[in-house]
Each structure stands twice: as structure tokens, then as C-alpha cells.
Design a protein around this ligand. Structure first.
Ligand code: URP
Ligand code: ZN
Ligand code: ZN
Ligand code: ZN
Length: 472
């Protein structure tokens, strides 16, 4: 087992920062040391297999992206990143754990689908991975499966209030799953948009000839998100289930979450980089079919209505707890399925490689502190989804998932292949990033260093998660 010493850097955890050297033995962190520590008079760096010089840089716990969709079957096609390409891109961006979604469509057996996803991911991942489970039709067999899956380390279940005929659960089905979650301690994750309202608005828009990508945003208004978020909160309140609202984009939905939290309910919310930076007007409203690149749900919101500012504020105040990407990439040929009708554009944006960098810009501009950056990108995802201690912190006993981040570095995101995600364009083209992911270790192995990839498919291991460690 190799030993590694990361010297000279500023170690940043969610709880604070300080000068410290990180000593790694094999896959684990064994000590944080006063810089220049000796052992019985001997310089420690002389006795280890590898020294990584982090002078002038931040040393942070590896990022955890708690919401990805590698090779997801969706919208008549598959998300373009495989577990191999997607986790390789994640590693490049300093993310050392992903939590992906097993998909169960109506009529499918959740346990069979879980086994299928385990098979897809096994031997393919460059970094560690866990699973949430999507439930589409909540049958008695699904409730039994929820108990079995918790034993397997799948301790969170995503339900949908939109996509009728595909994923949507009605309120009765939602309550059934929530009752089970309240009983077995798991978390209900909710795609909170009013599907019936959206389906009607889409029908009306297409009938009126409003078929461009811009209308994806217009037909999924914030009222549909606020209403569904409120309804999900009330159903969770009724049942006692913990509720985690995914991809929050509307300020009114974030306010519903804040209100419930203020009353002491176990309600949580994530937002995504696209809702912090991009907008209905600039991206979805781009000329021609260009806006298709940013068709995702919930949709990008109006900048004139200041949703983006509100998301930053909610992250500062802990009204929202963390940032995931909802990484669900599609190439342009796939997006073109909706060239004549926005409702046929596969929904999703690819960002798994850029989350740490994009959120670090919030540190640069003073939106969040360095510690909060680490908290929303790593520590809270670990606690929220039952991985804390092993993941999400630099401390003795934790997995040696470590990122050396250079605040003086710079990254320009260009067209196409300045990234490693399997996409033929970038949703982030033109973004200039202050800061740079220099070195990434996954369980003690260097996977990225000096602009080169040293990882391999199959290095990543399944993380059997505990119940949430974030509940009140
Ligand atoms: O547009 C999105 N978000 N695609 C992925 C599926 C989902 O709803 O998270
Ligand atoms: Zn969703
Ligand atoms: Zn998603
Ligand atoms: Zn650099």
C-alpha cells in the first residue's frame, strides 16, 4: 500500500481551514499534521512513497455529485455519457463520488432494474458511485422493494409529479411511497412540477405554432414548480417522510422549502449550476434551435425575475443545502429530435465536470465562503445521503478522496472538446473559470495530475450508503 503526503497546502473542510499536511496510507487518510512535522526527528516526506506539493493551493475533500444520469434511457434515447465517460469527466473536475439514478419505468421490477444498473456500473466507473432509485408506478411490490433496496445501500427514492405516462406518480402513489419511507427511514426525492398543467400548456403552445426551445421554459412556469413543491411538502408532512426536492430553480419553490424548514420539517433542496448562472432569456431564448442545448427540467428561469440571485442567497442561508449537476447530457443529433417541437427535445444538461469550478466562482465573487463551497459540493451531499465520515471530509479514517485546487489557475471552457464529457458541444462554452483542479486522488490513487488522466475504468467502487445523516 503506497503512502502519500500532501504538503504545504491550506486544508479546507466545511468546518474551517488551516495549514496542514495530509498523510495518506493506502486508500485512507491517516493524519492531518502540522506542516513540516517530523517523526522521531525524521522529515516525514523522506519516508513516504509520494509527496504532492500543494504550496499556495487549497486541499479539499473530493466533490460528491448526488444527482447524475449516466446512460439514462430517457426521451426516446440515452444520455450520452456512459458510466465510464461520465465518471472520467467527473474525476477531471474534482468529483470523486457520484450518486446516479436507477430507472424503473411503469411495469418494470425495481429490484431487477437495480441489478441491471449495478451490472452497467461494475467495472466501468473511474470514481466511486452510489445509487438512488427512481420509482414510476408505486405498487405493493415497489414498497417491498424499497425495504430490500435500503438494505443494499439505496436509501433514497425519486418520484415525479411530472412526465405523465412516463414517470409521473399521482398523489396517492406518492403518499404510499412516503409512508414506506417514513417507516424505513429512507429519503423521498421529488421532481416537483405540476405535470397536468405543463402538459396542457405544452399542447396549447405547440397548437399555436410556438415550437422553439424558448417555449420549453414558457410552458413550465414557476407556478407549476411552486405548487408541486408545496404539495410535496404537505404530503411529506402528512406522512412524516423526509423530503429532498431536486433541481430547484424557481425562487418561489425555494421559499416553500424555507418555510417548511423554519417550521422544523425535514425538507431539503438542491439547486444546480445551470440555475445559478443561465437564464430563460439568454440561453433558452438563443436564436434558432440553439436553445435546445439548455432544455432541461425544471427549466432555466427568467433573469428579469431574479431567480438566479435568489438561488445564491438560498445557498448562503442554507434554505437550499447543496448543489448537484443533474448531469444528463445529450449530443446535438439527439437534441434535434425536437427540431420541429420543443417537447420532443430530450431534457438534460451536462455539467458533471464543471460543478466544482463553477461553484468556486461564487467564492471568487463573494457569494459564498470557501468553507461553504466545500460544504455544498462535498460535505452536505455526504451527510444528506449517508456517506459522511467515509466521504465528504478530510479527517483521519476517511477515504483519501482529495482535490488539490489552485486558486491562481485558470480554465477556459470552449466549444466541444475542452471537456471530457461525451458531448459535441458545451452548455458552458465561453465561461472563464478562475481556479483550476490540479490533482485528484480517489481512495489514495492519483487519478488526475498535471493535466493528465491516470485513472481507469473499474477503479470506482460501489458505495453502500447509510440512511441520511442530515435529519433533524
Ligand atoms: O432535464 C432533466 N432534469 N433531465 C434529467 C431527468 C430529471 O428529471 O432529473
Ligand atoms: Zn427530475
Ligand atoms: Zn435528474
Ligand atoms: Zn493548475
Amino acid at each position: 500500500m503506497a503512502t502519500t503526503l500532501i504538503t504545504g497546502g491550506t486544508v479546507v473542510n466545511a468546518t474551517g481551514r488551516g495549514a496542514a499536511d495530509v498523510l495518506i496510507d493506502g486508500e485512507k487518510i491517516v493524519a492531518l499534521l502540522t506542516p513540516g512535522s517530523t517523526l522521531l526527528g525524521t522529515d516525514l516526506s523522506a519516508g513516504v512513497d509520494r509527496v504532492i506539493d500543494a504550496t499556495g493551493k487549497y486541499v479539499i475533500p473530493g466533490g460528491i455529485d448526488a444527482h447524475t444520469h449516466m446512460e439514462m434511457p430517457f426521451g426516446g434515447t440515452f444520455a450520452s455519457d456512459t458510466f465510464e465517460t461520465g465518471t472520467t469527466a467527473a474525476a477531471w473536475g474534482g468529483t470523486t463520488t457520484i450518486v446516479d439514478f436507477v430507472v424503473q419505468y411503469a411495469g418494470e421490477n425495481p429490484l431487477e432494474q437495480y441489478a441491471l444498473w449495478q451490472e452497467k456500473a461494475a467495472g466501468s466507473c473511474a470514481v466511486d458511485y452510489g445509487f438512488h432509485q427512481i420509482l414510476s408506478d408505486v405498487q405493493d411490490s415497489s414498497l417491498h422493494a424499497m425495504d430490500e433496496l435500503v438494505k443494499e445501500g439505496v436509501t433514497s427514492f425519486k418520484l415525479f409529479m411530472a412526465y405523465k405516462g412516463v414517470f409521473l406518480s399521482d398523489d396517492g402513489q406518492i403518499v404510499k411511497a412516503m409512508q414506506k419511507a417514513a417507516d424505513n427511514g429512507s429519503m423521498i426525492m421529488m421532481h416537483a412540477e405540476n405535470g397536468s398543467v405543463i402538459d396542457l400548456l405544452v399542447q396549447q403552445a405547440v397548437a399555436a405554432g410556438n415550437t422553439s426551445p424558448y417555449y420549453h421554459g414558457i410552458t413550465r412556469p414557476w407556478q407549476a414548480e411552486e405548487e408541486a413543491t408545496h404539495r410535496a411538502i404537505m404530503l411529506a408532512n402528512l406522512t412524516g417522510a423526509p423530503l429532498y426536492v431536486v433541481h430547484v430553480s424557481a425562487k418561489q419553490a425555494a421559499e416553500q422549502i424555507a418555510l417548511a424548514r423554519d417550521k422544523g420539517q425535514n425538507v431539503f433542496g438542491e439547486t444546480c449550476p445551470q440555475y445559478l448562472y443561465l437564464s430563460l432569456e439568454e440561453q433558452l431564448g438563443a436564436p434558432g434551435f440553439e436553445g435546445a442545448k439548455w432544455v432541461c427540467s425544471t427549466p432555466l428561469r427568467s433573469r428579469a425575475e431574479h431567480h438566479q440571485d435568489h438561488m445564491w442567497n438560498a445557498l448562503r442561508t442554507n434554505d437550499l443545502q447543496l448543489v448537484s449537476t443533474d448531469h444528463c447530457p445529450f449530443c446535438m443529433t439527439q437534441k434535434q429530435m425536437g427540431i420541429d417541437d420543443f417537447s420532443k427535445i430530450p431534457n438534460g444538461i451536462g455539467s458533471v465536470e464543471h460543478r466544482l469550478d463553477l461553484l468556486y466562482q461564487g467564492v471568487v465573487t463573494g457569494e459564498i465562503t470557501l468553507e461553504r463551497w466545500v460544504e455544498i459540493c462535498s460535505t452536505t451531499p455526504a451527510r444528506m445521503f449517508g456517506m459522511y465520515g467515509k466521504k465528504g471530509v478530510l479527517a483521519p479514517g476517511a477515504d483519501a478522496d482529495v482535490v488539490v485546487y489552485d486558486p491562481k489557475g485558470h480554465t477556459s471552457i470552449g466549444l466541444g472538446k475542452t471537456h471530457h464529457m461525451n458531448m459535441d458541444y458545451s452548455a458552458w462554452e465561453g465561461f472563464e473559470i478562475d481556479g483550476h483542479v490540479d490533482t485528484v486522488l480517489s481512495r489514495g490513487s492519483v487519478v488526475v495530475d498535471g493535466g493528465a488522466f491516470h485513472g481507469r475504468a473499474g477503479h470506482g467502487q460501489y458505495v453502500k450508503r447509510e440512511l441520511s445523516q442530515y435529519l433533524i
